[in-house]
Design a protein around this ligand. Structure first.
Ligand code: IDP
Ligand code: MG
Length: 171
């Protein structure tokens, strides 16, 4: 009896932790050039067709103050002022996507920072040419993802849900 309970409990734990792993979140943002070039739909489509869940999305013209916070780690770099001007030059589409390993997979889907090095098949590899116009942002780690999500979204803007396709994406 106790053995049965133990097996049941460990199964539950495995299933539960599996489901929790599927709740990893990343912050993805279509940059002003991506918006101006009409690539928002194509970028969203890539994440949807992969099987990730959209949890939040908005259309906004970010202030320099917000962008300076977002890119605070790069504040000392020579391209920083140009980067902030570029990001502030038009509206952007910040989003939160959720799923198993979404941070790492999201970065792979974006491709290398410099589109000259991004492989074909990646978003940057397929849609842009220069590092200063690389159309999309994606968090580089779970910790930075959580920071960026909190910077761009209020908790109430994050909508947890279970898509009808969920059991056909995760075993
Ligand atoms: P990431 O966007 O792939 O995470 P980071 O090194 O975090 O790359 O740089 C943030 C952004 O700063 C890049 O996406 C790009 O827009 C811009 N950037 C990075 N390096 C350069 C550069 O050498 N010249 C101009 N812009 C740059
Ligand atoms: Mg980065």
């Amino acid at each position: 009896m106790i053995a049965t309970l133990l097996v049941f409990y460990s199964l539950l734990t495995v299933v539960y932790s599996d489901k929790m792993a599927n709740k990893e979140r990343t912050f993805i943002m279509v940059k002003p050039d991506g918006v101006q070039r009409g690539l928002v739909g194509k970028i969203i489509e890539r994440f949807e067709q992969k099987g990730f869940r959209l949890v939040a999305l908005k259309f906004t013209w970010a202030s320099k103050e917000l962008l300076e916070k977002h890119y605070a780690d790069l504040a000392g770099r020579p391209f920083f002022p140009g980067l902030v001007n570029y990001m502030n030059s038009g509206p952007v589409v910040p989003m939160v996507w959720e799923g198993l390993n979404v941070v790492k997979t999201g970065r792979q889907m974006l491709g290398a920072t410099n589109p000259a090095d991004s492989l074909p098949g990646t978003i940057r590899g397929d849609f842009c040419i220069q590092v200063g116009r690389n159309i999309i942002h994606g968090s580089d780690a779970v910790e930075s993802a959580n920071k960026e999500i909190a910077l761009w979204f209020d908790e109430k803007e994050l909508i947890p849900w279970t898509p009808a396709s969920n059991d056909w994406i995760y075993e």
